[in-house]
Design a protein. Sequence first.
Length: 74
Amino acid sequence: MTGYYYGLIGKLPLKGELKVESVVVREFFLNVGRVISIFCLISIGGELDGGWIPWILIAASLTQVALVWSVKKS
């Protein structure tokens, strides 16, 4: 995904003049997503038993595969 992202920056009309700003915005949203996922895990973590954790990991993995598939398709 990172390689695709940097390739997309090079195709923009400004030819990478806003490279630093775009990396900052990207990192901001990545970190916000991490914080939200950690808070969700903490909030439902007490109610999870050992049987649900593999299913949650599979769902998270499939979400990442779907994201890459949707980006490459468009």
